[in-house]
Design a protein. Structure first.
Lengths: 427, 367
């Protein structure tokens, strides 16, 4: 199956496949953690340069095909996994469709960016994570939140601006945060989430190496789009993540369009996965409309990070069925291109796979559809009935510190000390 | 509102600031003298040893011992996992610091000067300052951004801007600016312990200055409150507010004014955000006149905020119009004489105080 962007205007190139048994190996840094530059210079070797030049570009669809054809008896997923994936994707789709309805009815407002068509990426990656792993997203974050486990009620209430939302209505569509599920937003500026994700990965490594929490192997996923790959922060973080071998996976959701700017018009070299090896990490391209292929790649990339082998750049070729946001008239995209990708709808593809491989019956899948519809309707009802934030909530949560006077020598907040008076500073 | 000095400067006052004799009433015998650089270094050292979650990040903080030697010796003591030399990627490493702070680590991010923080200002404001609010209290960001701020000597326009007003206008940030060694130690320790993002504005020209410190200041649990100003010198005729290097100038001006019978009250703001409005207003209600001094650009500056606050809250107490002294409304020039004119000098403060007291001519007797 071709991985070419058939509707886009650039040509494909043959990919070089490498044996998956010998992934990219760097010159070993002498320190386990962040070696100083002095040490790195000493260990540079021609082996390092050679392995970089030979490229780690892999057409994973080809690799996955090879794998499945070798093992004809075992499928890529079990029945439970298949149903879980199906349910998660249908959940994302149904939720986003409901968001569109609610927006046009005036219940939701501002900027709303929907994820229809890209569900395979979110489901394929996030369903492999543990609760303590983190996800950092962009403004197109509703489905990342749902996949990570934030309840539909909390997300819908947040979108309605009600106080029962996951951020008490203070964040909104573009700023979904959940400490409990380790979802770190929700950032409106593109590229902003990438350094944050790199910092979260840094924390995981710091906790293991400096704070000696030996079992801390938390992985961070950073989701961002094709437009972000031209932004300076992306390159800065590829460099630092590879330099310090951080447990992070950079997931590019390449849907070919940044609002109305086509990827090929904005990028000198449109093949984003090639930018990984330039910084010393593997760059993988995968068909993002096929959740099983995404899942296979994700397993490898997340496994790499968990084992401490460093970051990976994964480019998922995907497509958004709706416009950039609900305010986008979406006039610039070619209808033939949209039809091409609509035919590759990830939910339909998975359904076909499950039924053809006798993993699930039509009736079971319909039952899931119905269940999801009920969950989404319940979320809307809950959000509708929830109260709007009280007036007093306006000034809350600016600081974690209740009065802004800082912490005293005894480790408690100064404002809690009854002897702390108004007036000039007395030490 | 600018006062541009056209008279000859007082000796080398631009290069060296003599610590004036402040009101040392709150400490016991000021036996030991330490430089601001030593104060900052010891504060970082103590906080890093007390809490393993504190780590430093910045350009040249490790092997170079700090671009201004503030982090000297820390790499040897704590190792490269906790003192990180970063590539030249302000936006990248500031974002990494914020991401680490989201997870409960306590980064201290150094900007070589705060001018470079403009490359990272998106992370300081959008991901650090606003996160606690956007997440409704779920994610607090215990990070410190520190570095030299304001004009140095002859470094030109792109290295000389003062960022106090910009950062202090943003809710969700705490902005601190120390003057002497006691301030430097106490405020930096408070900033590192604080659960919120703190912008810590130092001054390059003050790093080498020595100030007396008491034993209490040298104790490792010492820290100062945030949001509280300090009255460096008490007076009854005019209130002069200042922060960072300008406190030294204001104290010198106060000494000169005293000879003319004007007793100025000098307030060291210490904390630009939250601003200690109650101290400032209490002082103005006592003296009835206000001069604000700052080094930065005049429009929308710190002085503008203080003047507005005083006019709003203590209007009935004012006997003279409030006056702001700020840097010249130009990018910092390079030529030495132009640079001197672009930054407030002691005489500017003296003249403004006299204007506020309606005394252009020094009187022999006290008022």
């Amino acid at each position: 199956m071709s991985t070419a962007f058939s509707a886009a205007k650039f040509s494909t190139q043959p990919f070089s496949t490498i044996s998956h048994d010998s992934p990219l190996v760097f010159a070993k840094p002498t320190s386990q953690f962040f070696g100083s530059t002095r040490k790195l210079r000493l260990t540079s070797s021609s082996k390092f340069n050679l392995s970089r030049r030979s490229g780690t570009v892999v057409a994973v669809s080809d690799y996955v095909k090879q794998k499945t054809s070798k093992s004809t008896t075992s499928l890529l997923i079990t029945k439970e996994e298949g149903l879980e994936l199906y349910e998660d994707m249908v959940f994302g789709r149904a939720f986003e469709d409901m968001c569109a309805q609610m927006y046009y009815r005036g219940k939701m407002f501002g900027f709303v960016h929907l994820y229809n068509g890209q569900e395979a990426v979110s489901t394929g990656f996030i369903k492999l994570l543990k609760q303590q792993d983190s996800v950092v997203s962009t403004y197109r974050d509703h489905v990342h939140a749902l996949s990570k486990g934030v309840p539909a009620r909390a997300v819908m209430s947040e979108l309605f601006g009600k106080t029962t939302g996951c951020c008490r209505g203070q964040g909104g569509s573009m700023h979904m945060f959940s400490r409990e599920h380790n979802l770190l937003g929700g950032f409106a500026f593109i590229g902003e989430g990438i350094p944050i994700a790199t910092g979260a990965a840094f924390t995981s490594k710091y906790k293991r190496e400096v704070l000696k929490e030996a079992d801390c192997d938390h992985v961070t996923l950073a989701f961002f789009g094709d437009g972000t790959c031209n932004n300076g922060q992306f390159f800065e973080c590829l460099n630092m993540a590879a330099l310090w071998k951080l447990p992070i996976v950079f997931v590019v959701e390449n849907n070919l369009w940044a609002i109305g700017m086509s990827h090929s018009r904005a990028t000198s070299d449109p093949q984003i996965y090639k930018k990984g090896p330039a910084f010393g990490m593997p760059g993988i391209h995968v068909d993002g409309m096929d959740v099983l292929k995404v899942r296979e790649v994700a397993k490898e990339a997340i496994g790499r990070a968990r084992r401490g082998e460093g970051p990976t750049l994964v480019e998922c070729e995907t497509y958004r069925f709706r416009g950039h946001s609900l305010a986008d008239p979406d006039e610039l995209r070619d209808p033939a291109e949209k039809d091409h990708y609509a035919a590759r709808d990830p939910i339909r593809a998975l359904k076909k796979y499950l039924i053809e491989n006798s993993l699930a019956s039509e009736a079971e899948l319909k039952a899931i559809d119905k269940k999801i519809d009920e969950v989404v309707e319940d979320a809307v009802e809950f959000a509708d009935e929830s109260p709007i934030p009280a007036r007093s909530q306006l000034l809350e949560n600016v600081f974690a510190d209740p009065r802004g006077f800082g912490i005293g020598p005894d480790g408690r907040y100064r404002c809690e000390d009854p002897k702390f008076t108004e007036g000039t500073a007395r030490v | 509102m600018l006062a541009i000095s056209r008279q000859r400067i007082l000796g080398q006052s631009f290069q060296k600031i003599r610590p004036a004799v402040p009101g040392l009433r709150s400490y016991s015998s000021a036996a030991k003298q330490i430089t601001v650089r030593e104060a900052l270094n010891s504060a970082l050292d103590e906080e890093m040893s007390a809490d393993p979650k504190v780590f430093l990040m910045g350009e040249e903080v490790g092997e170079y011992q700090g671009a201004y030697k503030i982090t000297k010796g820390l790499l040897e003591k704590y190792g490269p996992e906790r003192v990180l030399d970063t590539p030249i990627t302000e936006a990248g490493f500031t974002g990494i610091g914020v991401g680490a702070a989201y997870y409960g680590l306590k980064p201290v991010v150094e900007f070589m000067t705060f001018n470079f923080s403009m490359q990272a200002i998106d992370h300081i404001i959008n991901s650090a300052a606003k996160s606690n609010y956007m997440s409704a209290g779920q994610i607090s960001v215990p990070i410190v951004f520190r570095g030299p701020n304001g004009a140095a000597a002859g470094v030109g326009a792109q290295h000389s801007q003062c960022y106090a007003a910009w950062y202090a206008s943003c809710p969700g940030l705490k902005v601190l600016s120390p003057y002497n060694s006691e301030d430097a130690r106490g405020l930096l320790k408070a900033a590192i312990r604080d659960p919120d993002p703190v912008v810590f504005l130092e001054n390059e020209l003050l790093y080498g200055e020595s100030y007396p410190v008491s034993d209490e200041v040298l104790d490792s649990s010492f820290c100062l409150p945030i949001g509280k100003a300090k009255i460096e010198r008490e007076g009854k005729d005019v209130t002069i507010t200042a922060f960072s290097k300008m406190v030294g100038y204001a104290l010198k001006a106060a000494e000169i004014l005293e000879k003319d019978g004007i007793y100025a009250e000098v307030i060291n703001l210490r904390s630009i955000r939250p601003l200690d409005r109650s101290t400032i207003n209490a002082s103005v209600r006592k003296t009835n006149r206000l001069i604000t001094v700052e080094e930065g650009f005049p429009q929308h500056g710190v002085g503008a905020e203080i003047c507005a606050s005083v006019v709003e809250e203590s209007f009935a107490y004012l006997d003279a119009p409030v006056e702001r002294i700020a840097g010249a409304d130009v990018p910092m020039p390079y030529a030495a004489n132009l640079e001197r004119m672009a930054v407030p000098q002691v005489e500017d403060i003296v003249r403004a105080a006299k204007r506020a007291c309606y005394r252009s001519v020094p009187l022999a007797a006290t008022a």
